[in-house]
Write a protein that binds this ligand. Sequence first.
Ligand code: S3P
Length: 192
Amino acid sequence: MNCPELSHSDLEFLRGNLRKPVVLIGMMGVGKTHIGRKLASRLGFEFLDSDKIIEEKADATVSEIFEEYGEEKFRLCEHNSILDVLNGKPCVLATGGGAVINEDTRRAIREKSISVWLKVEISDILKRLESTDDRPLLKKGDPEQILRDLMNKREAFYAEADIHIESPEGAADKTLSCLINLLCEKLKKDRV
Ligand code: S3P
């Protein structure tokens, strides 16, 4: 990944010119929350996580919601929560990995945000998720096969994002400076 060091003038530019939420999309376990939190803190913006919003509203964990009400109900809550955020002030939003399967959610992300696809190899996702059991979709069989199948179904949707960025293991700071640089390029391009 070739990108410049974190630039304070880039940060200043973003603080003054970002008028839309920045939305992070990508598979589960790629670090949307980790990178999103860091970006928000650098920008001085609020950080939000759609899974957390849903959990707070439902007073239940994502796993409990999947178990009790099913995926369809979860996706509806996910859509509504993301739409609420997109209709608010600029912020950084980490979405759940499956948010993009809903066409209306994709349209809202396209129209109302700057979207960022965080990309990580499936083998790295597996390592990252090894010690967790809070991804209900991975409990239904072989996690690697499930992740590959989900990626095949979702890749074209993730690829609609304005910015694509690799987020390799142990390189969060580098990913962040790259992302800040790419956000600036995108905003400057959109202004001309
Ligand atoms: C999901 C990803 C999870 C969570 C739920 C479903 C998915 O979020 O929304 O378990 O369908 O990929 P993260 O991407 O934050 O892990």
